[in-house]
Design a protein around this ligand. Sequence first.
Ligand SMILES: [Zn+2]
Ligand SMILES: [Zn+2]
Length: 389
Amino acid sequence: MKCQAAILHGVGQDWRIEEITLDPPRAGEVLVKMAAAGVCHSDDHYATGDGIMSPDLAAMVEAGGATVPEVFPLLGGHEGAGIVEDVGPGVRSVRPGDRVAMSFIPACGSCRWCVTGMTYLCDAGAMLFAKEMTTDGTARRHLGDEDLVAMTQLGTFSEYIVVAEESVIKIDDSIPFEAGSLVSCGVTTGWGSGTVGVGTQPGDTVVVVGTGGVGINAVQGARSAGANSVIAVDPVEFKRDSAKLFGATDTSPSIMEAIPLVREITHGVMADRVVLTPGVLDAELLAPALMLTRKGGTCIMTAVPKLEVNMVPLVLIDMIQSAKQLKGTLYGGMNPRASMPMLLSMYRNGHLKLDELVTRRYPLDRINDAFADMREGRNIRGIIDFQPK
Ligand SMILES: [Zn+2]
Ligand SMILES: [Zn+2]
C-alpha cells in the first residue's frame, strides 16, 4: 500500500512529506493505522546531527564488533498510538480493530534480558536502526527503489506503519489515542526515571533537570513515589510553571542556581535523587549534577547526549568517598508491556496527568512547525494528529 509519511534525508534538512510504499505484514507483524504520534527530541537529534556518531565514536563501536547504521533516508517517529488494521500469520496478542500503543524497543520476550524483567535491554534492540524487520530480516518500508530506516523499528510519522508484534502493546478501547501515544515514550521514560529508575523513596528530595515532555513526568513520578520536595530545573519559565502543576515544590532556572537552593531546602544534605532529562545531555551537566546529589545518593542520565566521544568531567574522589551513584537508564527502567497499561489505568483513575501534557496538535504536513515549537521551548508535548476533528 501507499501512504504519506515524514522523511528526513540528512542533517540540517527539514522533514519532507512523501509517498512511501509499505508491504503487507508477514509472520509476526501488524499493520497499524496511526491516530496520534508524539514529537520528541530523539527524532530531532537526527535533524540537528546530535544523533550522528563522530568518526572517533564510530571507530570505537566498530572495534567492539558492532556496525554503525546508515540512518538516512529516515522515516521518523517513535511515539504513537493507532488501530490495528491487519495482522500477519502467528500474531496472537492483537487483532484487527484493537487499539495499540507503540514501544520504541521491541521486546522478544525470550532473550536473557526479557526473561529477567529488563525488556528495555532486549537483544532485538540491536536492530533498532536496521532497514530490515526484526522478524525475518527483510524490508517492508520503501521510498521509491530505496528501503527506509524506520525510527526505532516504528516510524510513526506515517499514516500507516508495518511493525513487529513485539513493538505494539494493546490498550483499552476506552483510552484516547493521545493518552496511548504519550505513554508510548515520554511519559513512561520520565515517570520511570523519577520512580524506579532513580529509586525515589517516600520523603526524598528529588531534583529533575529539564522539565520538557520527559522531565515533567519524572516530576509527577517522583511525587507519586512519595518525594517530599521536587525541584524542577529548566531555563524556560513556561516549563517551570508547568512543572508546578505536575507536583514540583520548587523551581530553578539553572543547575548552578539550583545548588544553593537545594542546600537550603535540605539543610546542607543535598538531594537524595537527581534525574537528568534536558533536551540534549551535555557532559558539562554531570559535575554540577553530582554536586546536587547527597552522599550515597543517585543521579541518573535519561536524556540522550550528542554522539561524540565526550570527555566527562567528574570529581572522582567525591564520587568514591561519598559513595555516589551515576547511572544510565533506558525507558526509565520500566517494562513497557507492564507499565503502559498500569500508567493508563492510573490516568483513568485520576492519578496521572496526561491530557495536560499536550500543548499543541499538528497535521502531519506541519511537522516542521512542531519541531520548531519544540526547539523553542513552546511545547511540553506536541502531537501529530492523524484524525483532525
Ligand atoms: Zn521519545
Ligand atoms: Zn528480548
